[in-house]
Design a binder for this molecule. Structure first.
Ligand SMILES: O=C(O)CCC(=O)C(=O)O
Length: 335
């Protein structure tokens, strides 16, 4: 092979693996996909941050006791942290519902905005009583806080709306427990995937602050997540993400290429696990949530199976990923 052909084929290492897992013609083998529950210390390393402690906010946010969390680093990918589903079943239900019913409302931006203005997509889907499946399937992303501009990739003060208090609080809890000081959630993309959806290779580099970690939370159907290096010549690791799993991209991993070549059926339905009992009223002090009673009552609404029926129907065939970023540098107040 000529020298430039060799270097081209090296450059395409990421794409080669992406295409392999994406393929529907020849079904990919999953033997090299890291499943944190099943793999050994050659692939992952258990990690208990010194900052991991109980936090009075966790129950109201739908999280389990951090002492029970399984946290690992991925040996091939320094800076990448993985938390195996730290959510209760009620917590999974709450966050799935928020993504569908609340984060899809104005003033947040949606991919379907170009088809015409919809104030409230989820309600619109049920306007005629029967679910409008085609409209439901059209939603692919919503942006919150500083809105990601898909063309320019530049955030601006003019293109910004209030960041949801509950998601800011949840991100703050993860950041504090994992020892990332001063993290502030300022922008998020919510991705809505169906069984044939993919997300191509990219890096997230629009934020002014590239030192702050990026938190990526997955719910619903499973996915193969690829993460490689700073260019596409690095062969990516393939990691299985199940409902509730949290990936943190920090340090060296923050600017690495990543992608989702495949959505897979979830092996189980943790949103229907047995622990979806109501939680008690909270007197907890929150940093961002201004109405603590509201989050507790919204969380508890989901314990009612009838209430949760439409959300279950959606998530049984879809995956939702929320990825949360800090945009500004410490002490910077605006762009
Ligand atoms: O869906 C995922 O797990 C990844 C999403 C992502 O990389 C992004 O939105 O930038």
């Amino acid at each position: 092979m000529e020298e430039d052909q060799v270097s081209k084929s090296k450059q395409d290492e990421f794409m080669k693996i992406f295409k392999y897992y994406k393929s529907n013609k020849s079904k990919p083998l999953l033997k090299d996909v890291i499943s944190v529950d099943e793999c050994g210390s050659d692939k992952v390393t258990e990690f208990t941050p010194a900052t991991l402690k109980e936090d009075p906010r966790i129950e109201s946010l739908g999280l389990r006791n951090p002492k029970e969390w399984q946290i690992v680093t991925i040996n091939r990918n320094p800076g990448l942290l993985f938390i195996r589903n730290p959510f209760t079943a009620l917590g999974q239900r709450y966050w799935i519902r928020r993504c569908l019913q609340e984060y899809s409302k104005k003033p947040n931006r949606l991919n379907i905005d170009i088809d015409g203005y919809l104030q409230d997509w989820w309600t619109e889907c049920f306007k005629l009583k029967k679910c409008d499946r085609p409209l439901q399937k059209k939603l692919r992303w919503a942006t919150l806080g500083y809105h990601h501009d898909w063309d320019t990739k530049i955030y601006t003060e003019e293109n910004k709306s209030p960041f949801p208090e509950d998601l800011a609080e949840l991100s703050d809890v993860f950041a504090e427990l994992l020892g990332y000081t001063d993290f502030k959630a300022e922008a998020a993309i919510v991705n809505y995937y169906h069984m044939n959806s993919t997300l191509s290779a990219h890096t997230d580099h629009s934020e002014v602050n590239l030192e702050a970690p990026l938190f990526s939370l997955s719910f619903g159907q499973s996915a193969i997540f690829l993460i490689g290096g700073k260019d596409k010549s690095v062969e990516p690791s393939a990691i299985l993400l199940n409902s509730g799993d949290v990936v943190v991209m920090s340090e060296e991993a923050r600017l690495c290429y990543h992608a989702v070549p495949k959505i897979l059926p979830a092996p189980n339905s943790p949103w229907d696990a047995k622990d979806y009992n109501s939680i008690p009223a909270s007197t907890t002090k929150f940093k961002y949530i201004s109405e603590p009673e509201e989050i507790v009552s919204s969380m508890n609404e989901n314990a009612d199976n009838e209430n949760w029926y439409h959300f279950r129907n959606y998530i049984q065939e879809s995956r939702i990923n929320m990825n949360v970023r800090q945009v500004l540098n410490k002490k910077q107040n605006s762009l």
